[in-house]
Design a protein around this ligand. Structure first.
Ligand SMILES: Nc1nc2c(ncn2[C@@H]2O[C@H](COP(=O)(O)OP(=O)(O)O)[C@@H](O)[C@H]2O)c(=O)[nH]1
Ligand SMILES: [Mg+2]
Length: 236
């Protein structure tokens, strides 16, 4: 009786068929890793793609960078977090984090820029227009910044208890789908550009299922940014 009742509850919260397909096994993880390990930007003038992390303070930006680094290094790391804790700056500062390949030596041809010092600045985070303003300080005058955007929807474990217990429910959870649709409407970004992730924040070892979600998000970020630099080459 108890079990029947429980299942019925889940039925109310779950969609029968996952609305995005993921295979939850090590092969899936390795195929994403192998794509990233072999990736080179499709524009010979661009040596490295740069991804800017922006959003409200506490959204999980630094944790997302650390999570990406954890997956690529296959261990728990705290590079971005350590930096924000030790920072005593009261100015907005962009700090670039390069990502090293696990097998030694070389960097991936992409990096993340986290915004440091912001926690002390106004407690509210930056808006895209502020970020563009910061970037404009670093590019030639007259250059127009346009930025392709991807939404990383963090803290999925806090939104949905089903997902907290089992991350494989991510694309059958009605709550997650509703939140993604809400993000899409509020931010005006298509659903295809929204990626739900659970960041590493309490774990002491990496986990294949968490890695797969993080890698899927990272791979799409790389794809979208690469499409942008390829389009620029084709239009020049
Ligand atoms: N439950 C949960 N907590 C998270 C997640 N990502 C980040 N956090 C926590 O949220 C807080 C803010 O994260 P942080 O990365 O510093 O946010 P930032 O200000 O955007 O860089 C920290 O206490 C993290 O441990 C997540 O996916 N799930
Ligand atoms: Mg931060």
């Amino acid at each position: 009786m108890m079990l029947l009742f429980k299942n019925r509850g889940n039925q109310d919260q779950e969609i029968a068929k996952p609305w995005r397909s993921i295979t939850w096994n090590d092969e899936e993880k390795q195929s994403h890793l192998s794509f990233l390990n072999q990736f080179q930007p499709g524009n010979s003038e661009v040596h490295s793609l740069k991804f800017l992390l922006t959003g409200p303070v506490g959204a999980g930006k630094s944790s997302f960078f650390n999570s990406v680094n954890n997956v690529l290094q296959d261990r728990i790391t705290t590079r971005a977090m350590a930096d924000s804790i030790s920072g005593s700056s009261f100015s907005i500062e962009c700090k670039e984090f390069k990502l090293k390949k696990k097998d030694g030596g070389s960097d991936y041809p992409f990096s993340f820029t986290d915004i440091k010092g912001l926690e002390n600045y106004n407690g509210e985070g930056v808006l895209i227009k502020d970020v563009v303003h910061i970037l404009e300080g670093h590019v030639k005058s007259g250059y127009k910044v346009r930025i392709p955007q991807v939404i990383i929807m963090t803290k999925v474990d806090q939104i949905c208890p089903l997902v907290k217990n089992n991350i494989e429910k991510i694309y059958t959870s009605k709550k997650i789908k509703e939140k993604m649709e809400e993000c899409s409407c509020t931010l005006g970004v298509p659903l295809t550009c929204i990626f739900p992730v659970k960041n590493y924040f309490e774990e002491d070892i990496t986990n294949t299922n968490m890695d797969i979600l993080i890698l899927k998000a990272l791979k799409q970020i790389v794809h979208f940014a690469n499409d942008y630099v390829v389009d620029k080459k084709d239009n020049d």
